[in-house]
Design a protein around this ligand. Structure first.
Ligand code: NAD
Length: 462
């Protein structure tokens, strides 16, 4: 029996919102509501009523289109008609639950039966609104559904606070090992088939302890997977012209399949000029302008190793970047920019990518939005726990030495209480970058063996 007026019911639901927001849980100010109904009049009238209440409205004329919007937009609430051509409302309810069980679904139907109501409940529908309904009935049911959404969010937050989330470590060493094992097999197969071997030549100008230690680890990596490795040491006084000439000779040397130029170079040499001289097919660091240009067009050939390493680490988490809010801090030519292009390289599956840098104002506002946060700056302590979104994936590229210890740009102890997954420093991006150098060395060899430059790089986009 109807005992309360519609106005009373609306007030009651608004009370729930009020109490929840007093407890620090704001109503999703501009909640997004999706209306899936094959009748245009119904879609239009729901849009008219609900947009007056300030909601953002999306509409779909069938289940397939509705599901697409659910995946792309993640609405807070979906109004689902049961009888539609193609995918039925029942089927759609189930699929919405698969995308995100927190999305509230409300059934709107011209054929209300007890059985269909029960069936819809089983498929996670929150409520059931028989057609025809008045604008007020629609407003009440939507507000009630959204208050349910806020309650669930609140419970989830409390649960997280209770447990003091400890992020799962993304194990860079394990990811690198897997890449190396695959390379080892591939090299054996290709050598047998083509009677050829990959050879990486490292060019070092003058002496430098950091670069010498890097040479040692390159040698070890190459030995592990079966790549021949040579170091060419050149005198510190060498001129830029002589160095370019040396590189050009090695470009012509068929035995050398990959060339890496060790940094730093002495002052008299412009690194970019020498990188430009490396044959793009032997450019295992992806620093030649031609390779950078290919990356711009979304058809990368050889790509800077650290950018590839970050993509590989994200892939290892099983998370798709498609449509995700990814915030990248750092826009260097070697890490940030190529990475931004990789994140945007797929026509339909790219991430929603934000790139921050030294001039970014209110960095925290950008990092807090990120479902995936990547930091490549070189400033220890830059990213604090309160700058990280609850449940985010955090990839810390930074390498800094503080009190004799290696640390990243993210305060790990704080971040692990907020993030769902995080890379450690050391043991995160570093080992995978080293593995990607080996991968690029094999890629460059394959290009020289005649493999299709473009078809063969699909793995990067998967
Ligand atoms: P870089 O100095 O070339 O670029 C630094 C970037 O950080 C720039 O885009 C700059 O605008 C930005 N930046 C500086 N201060 C900032 C601030 N306060 N807020 C926001 N952005 C800021 O450095 P890089 O070569 O890109 O390297 C970045 C870090 O990654 C370094 O610590 C480096 O050692 C490390 N790194 C690690 C690997 C690895 O394999 N793990 C590989 C390459 C670089």
């Amino acid at each position: 029996m109807e005992t309360r007026s519609n106005n009373e019911k609306i007030r009651e639901v608004e009370d729930v919102f009020g109490r929840l927001s007093e407890q620090g849980h704001e109503m999703p100010g501009r909640a997004t509501i999706l209306v899936v109904d094959d009748e245009k009049d119904m879609r239009d009238s729901c849009r008219r009523t609900l947009s007056k209440d300030g909601y953002l409205i999306e509409t779909a004329e069938n289940g397939d289109r509705g599901l697409q919007i659910v995946r792309d937009v993640k609405p807070d609430l979906v109004l689902v008609d049961l009888k539609m051509p193609g995918m039925s409302g029942m089927e759609l309810l189930e699929k919405i639950g698969d995308v995100d069980p927190k999305i509230v679904s409300v059934v709107i139907t011209g054929y209300p039966t007890k059985e269909s109501a029960m069936e819809a409940r089983k498929r996670n529908a929150y409520d059931f609104l028989p057609k025809p309904f008045t604008p007020d009935q629609l407003r009440i049911i939507v507000k009630r559904g959204l208050s349910q959404f806020i309650k669930e969010e609140k419970m989830e937050t409390e649960l997280i606070d209770e447990k003091k989330r400890t992020a799962k470590l993304i194990d860079g060493k394990a990811v690198a090992q897997k890449v190396k094992e695959e390379l080892k097999k591939e090299i054996v197969e290709l050598e047998a088939k083509h009677q050829s071997s990959p050879l990486l030549l490292a060019v070092q100008v003058g002496e430098n302890p950091a670069s010498t230690s890097y040479l040692k680890s390159q040698k070890k990596g190459c030995e592990e997977v079966g790549i021949d490795y040579q170091v060419q040491q050149l005198p510190r006084e060498i001129s830029e012209k002589e160095l370019v000439q040396f590189i050009k000779e090695k470009n012509e040397d068929e035995k050398v399949t990959g060339i890496i130029l060790q940094m730093p170079l002495p002052k008299q040499i412009d690194a970019e000029k020498v990188q430009e001289a490396i044959d793009p097919k032997k450019d295992v660091e992806g620093v030649n302008p031609q390779n950078m240009g290919l990356l711009f067009y979304g058809w990368p050939g050889l790509v800077p190793c650290t950018a590839l390493a970050v993509m590989e680490l994200i892939k290892s988490t099983g998370t798709s970047i498609k449509g995700k809010q990814v915030t990248l801090v750092g826009h260097s030519a070697l890490v940030g920019k190529p990475l931004a292009l990789l994140l945007l390289s797929s026509e339909f599956d790219s991430a929603t990518t934000t790139v921050c840098h030294i001039a970014t104002q209110d960095l925290a506002a950008q990092t807090r939005r990120a479902e995936i946060l990547i930091v490549a700056v070189g400033k220890p302590g830059l990213i604090k726990g309160d700058m990280i979104r609850e449940g985010a994936i955090v990839i810390d590229v930074g390498i800094n030495r503080v009190d004799g210890k290696l640390v990243g740009d993210v305060i790990f102890e704080e971040a692990k209480e907020k993030a769902s997954m995080i890379t450690p420093v050391p043991g995160g991006v570093g080992p995978v970058t080293a593995a990607m150098l080996l991968k690029n060395t094999v890629e460059s060899w394959k290009i020289q063996l005649g493999f299709d430059f473009r078809a063969d790089i699909k793995w990067r986009m998967d």
